[in-house]
Design a protein around this ligand. Sequence first.
Ligand SMILES: Cc1ncc(C[n+]2csc(CCOP(=O)(O)OP(=O)(O)O)c2C)c(N)n1
Ligand SMILES: CC(=O)[C@@H](O)[C@H](O)COP(=O)(O)O
Ligand SMILES: [Mg+2]
Length: 628
Amino acid sequence: MNDLLDMIDNPQQLKKLSVVQLEKLAGEIRGLLVHTVAKTGGHLAPNLGVVELTIALHRVFNSPSDKFVWDVGHQAYVHKILSGRREYFNTLRQAGGMSGFPKISESVHDAFGTGHSSTSISAALGLALARDMSGGRNHVVAIIGDGSLTGGQAYEALNHAGDLGANLIVVLNDNEMSIAKNVGAMSDYLSKLRTAPTYNRVKHDIEFLLRRIPAIGDSVAKTVERVKDSLRYLLVPGMLFEELGFTYIGPIDGHNIELISHMLEKAKTMQGPVLIHTLTQKGRGYQPAECKADKFHGVGPFCIDSGEVIKNGSKPTYTAVFGETLIDLAAKDADIVAITAAMPEGTGLKNFAGLYPERFFDVGIAEQHAVTVAAGLAVAGKKPVVAVYSTFGQRAYDQILHDVCLQNLPVVFALDRAGIVGEDGPTHHGVFDFSYLRHIPNLVLMAPKDENELRHMLHTALELNCPAVIRYPRGSGLGVPLDEELTVFHPGQAEQLQHGRDLVFLAVGPMVEQCRAAAGILAATGIQAGVVNARFIKPLDERLFSSLARETGVFVTVEDNVLAGGFGSAVLEYLNLQNCHWLKLLRLGLPDQFIEHGAREQLLSRYGLDGDGIARQSLLFLKQCGVR
Ligand SMILES: Cc1ncc(C[n+]2csc(CCOP(=O)(O)OP(=O)(O)O)c2C)c(N)n1
Ligand SMILES: CC(=O)[C@@H](O)[C@H](O)COP(=O)(O)O
Ligand SMILES: [Mg+2]
């Protein structure tokens, strides 16, 4: 029974509650979070950690006129629950239901859409500048985690905001965790602040004492000034932020509603940018998530009593096969090094990191830096493998082009979570990678049809001595044997899996299996469809495609990428160059729109990219062409 929570239909109602009631409310919210995410899956630990912080924010500020910008946005469930969406919370991340991230189109209380990290301070600054230009008086608050503070854009924003002196509040939610343990020198700095004397009162006491040190002569005075500065850095918490132009408040207990409220009230009255450093515990209040905050960062459906994730199937994931293959290859080649941008577990590099700590680099949430570091390593003779999610690779487009490909450096990119990822939705689908990579000179671009082919492709990529990308989907492979000896594929060489008189499917990655299913369905109607596993998106198997074009005259390209600039476009461009005007070509893939969230199979079916959909559209095409 959620006595208090059931009464909160908008944030105003929360303001009537006493602190004791708000603490009870926090417990009720935690119950709702655990019971809902146990069914839907989602970002449990980050949200359990910000319950009190979110309550305090809604208590002190007036959303939607005051604006909250949640960095990444994976921790915005409590905000959603408190801002009129409690009743839909059970639809979290389901097709047609509530998004797992803030979305302007979902609620007026979502001031800015997020999903990718380290954007909140920039967006909040934009909102604050617009407010000032139009004479508004509302408050703007960015809420950013310590992990997200490892991303370069956050510093660009601090730099700009501090310089402008804009009225802006940044709440730093420091739980000492990114998805895994947070890394980097900034993380060390925050640790020092954690143990430093608290509050501004101490800061002011120290400043007062320093001012009383007398100045004696010019050079002595300079020395004294330097000593004062060193002392200040040593003793005053948050000096780095202060030097950037922010007033630093903290560190404070991020689970003490009264204290946070007090500090937020204080920040409201201050001029210029303010940073409030709160200390929170990721996963707080649900013991399995407190113990394994990384596992419960983003979790599938689980059993509440045991904390065990409900498994579906025992086939190995692409991620796991990638990680194991890299370990095997690294055992034979000491030049292989691996780089992750804060996702050692998600990209399958955790075991590699354990075995080869000196050959493993977690750069923090810094994809651009990851790529250029890899370029540097490659120039010096190492064989770097950069493992990132396809969607986060978008961040590093220029580094891939300018730092790696322009210099034709042998950097391997393992792009995980390519294609439709499912419940994370439009911010996370990896459906643009063919399009953002295919046009870059020197780059070889591959997609495996199954997890075994991923092994061969990783081996191939490391042998090619040029920039190479392998992109593969989220989740389980097909369960094929993995004991084949590794071979090096000839760049561009496709695999003809099945001959067909009436049409040929040219498919990439996981679409190969769907095309096989489609060919089976078509066979039942008397249509013979060939299936080609393209393997390479760049270069293409021009010889094979030319000869098949002459043989059958009908191609259907199938990809889990947007059609614009994708694999089908590459085939079309090639056929156009060859002047194959007689050829009938149907391109299947994702439309020119952002794909919503929902289960992967559901979305593939909705966009006609499962066996049934491919067969149906191919049949229609044959009819339209007058072939059937
Ligand atoms: C550009 C980008 N890279 C990687 C990610 C994946 N990611 C999501 S949350 C997260 C960790 C964020 O840590 P923090 O900001 O401290 O939030 P916490 O989960 O600890 O509350 C990462 C790496 C992302 N969303 N965006
Ligand atoms: C918020 C975020 O960007 C990550 O937590 C992401 O949701 C992880 O996705 P996977 O579950 O596919 O690893
Ligand atoms: Mg954190």
